[in-house]
Design a protein around this ligand. Sequence first.
Ligand SMILES: NC(=O)c1ccc[n+]([C@@H]2O[C@H](COP(=O)([O-])OP(=O)(O)OC[C@H]3O[C@@H](n4cnc5c(N)ncnc54)[C@H](O)[C@@H]3O)[C@@H](O)[C@H]2O)c1
Ligand SMILES: O=P(O)(O)OC[C@H](O)CO
Length: 329
Amino acid sequence: MGAGSWGTVVAKLLRDAGCEVTLWGRRADVVDSVNERRENPDYLPGIELPEGLRATLDPAEALAGAEFVALAVPAQTLRENLSQWVPDLPPEAVMVSLMKGIELGTCRRMSEVIQEVADVPEERVAVFCGPNLAREIATGQPGAAVAGCVDEGNARRLQAATMTPYFRTYTSTDVIGCELGGAVKNVVALCVGMSVGLGFGDSTQALLITRGLAEITRLGAALGADEHTFAGLAGMGDLVGTCMSPLSRNRTFGENLGRGMTLEQVIAVTKQTAEGVKSCEAVLELARKHNVEMPITESVAGVLYHGMPIKEAGLSLISRSPKPERYGV
Ligand SMILES: NC(=O)c1ccc[n+]([C@@H]2O[C@H](COP(=O)([O-])OP(=O)(O)OC[C@H]3O[C@@H](n4cnc5c(N)ncnc54)[C@H](O)[C@@H]3O)[C@@H](O)[C@H]2O)c1
Ligand SMILES: O=P(O)(O)OC[C@H](O)CO
């Protein structure tokens, strides 16, 4: 459900793994192009989609008889989108979140929004997370992800549905850890991008990635995640992949800010979803509720929403009071 970059690539992945797939898109030109030319030119120009991958504008048609309902809309529109689809959801389907964000206002993870809106138990809600830059996976480069579900059987079913000769899926029952890893790395990637835009090199990027991982782990521990998850694909894997890649929308967004563009200018040139831009405030609120220090997230929110100059944000991070490397977990 969602024919943007990631929804289309996961549809391709599922089809390559042998599943029957119907992709719902909201734009007729995108749906027609997938059906008639096997291409999604706006989001994945030049990528040939597999035979048998059908697209439709009709959500009921996409949902009919589905074993898995994979959701790939922007995190902040999920609640509204899903509430319209609820009457057509197959009663036994496993709902799969492909999204990496936290809902503003409620601070809910995507799997929590799905449980609430679709009124399904957590055993039937899975997440699919990892270091997956859409275009790279679309071209069949070797990649991997984690299928997370509290019901190990459903995690294994999702694993089986997504394994291809170029893609490996692992399982996990730590849904909280997988989702926090995916959502908060976007905020860290914004900060890394800002540092790149300011002209800083690999040492500064490595510093931000590593201390970013420390703050993701602190939040995760407070929310009941398994700390080991953050050393895995949905944690360190996705954090490193996103923060180091010029393909990342979040890192690119931050880089444009670091180069001196205003927030309005960067929003105007960003054609796809950079989830960290909105989720950073929800992450920060979650951290405050749980008394967790997240200085990188705080700085990103300061720059985006409270008029803090980027250089000042950087100075405030580097001049924090001396600390042991590991604290608060
Ligand atoms: N692109 C990636 O590499 C990648 C990888 C892993 C996870 N994700 C996650 O997948 C989710 C979707 O990202 P994406 O990359 O596909 O974004 P995208 O911007 O490429 O596509 C978003 C899709 O949602 C649709 N959309 C926008 N507003 C909508 C609304 N109000 N109602 C319904 N549909 C709407 C757009 O038309 C588009 O089809 C995000 O949470 C992202 O973090 C993306
Ligand atoms: O382009 P981004 O920044 O949304 O990152 C894409 C994926 O989440 C990377 O795993």
